[in-house]
Ligand binder design. Structure first.
Ligand code: AMP
Ligand code: ZN
Length: 115
């Protein structure tokens, strides 16, 4: 099994876990883009959001994102990102949600304009 997020989910590769239950693990990103940068990862291997057909799991991932954002104290706001497939810039082919916060994040995309 070579999938890095499957291995983290099984505890075979070390990661800084901030939450774990039977379905989901949340870790700190090793290359943080903001003071809080978490990855919400299902333990089941699902390649991307494109392939996520389990509605209950989709809901769990979303709800867990909000729970960990709250636990991180992100009252001023935060952002949820799901890089998906090639044009989305997905690097790890195991679905995950980025929770980013702790600073003003600016425009959604590089080069986009605030109105
Ligand atoms: P993406 O697939 O584009 O959403 O990006 C994958 C993210 O996973 C990047 O932000 C990486 O820094 C992060 N990442 C990759 N390997 C690890 C790891 N072993 N532990 C924590 N974060 C990781
Ligand atoms: Zn996997």
């Amino acid at each position: 099994m070579s999938c890095i997020f499957c291995r983290i989910g099984k505890g075979e590769v070390p990661a800084t876990k901030v939450h774990e239950d039977e379905l989901v693990v949340v870790i700190r990103d090793i290359r943080p883009q903001a003071p809080t940068h978490l990855l919400v990862i299902p333990k089941e291997h699902i390649a991307s959001l494109w392939d996520l057909e389990n509605e209950a799991l989709a809901g769990r991932l979303l709800q867990t994102s909000a729970r960990v954002a709250r636990a991180e104290g992100l009252e001023r706001g935060w952002r949820l990102i799901a890089n998906t497939r090639e044009h989305g810039g997905q690097e790890v082919d195991h679905v995950h949600l980025h929770v980013l916060g702790g600073r003003a994040l600016g425009p959604m995309l590089p080069g986009s304009h605030a109105h």
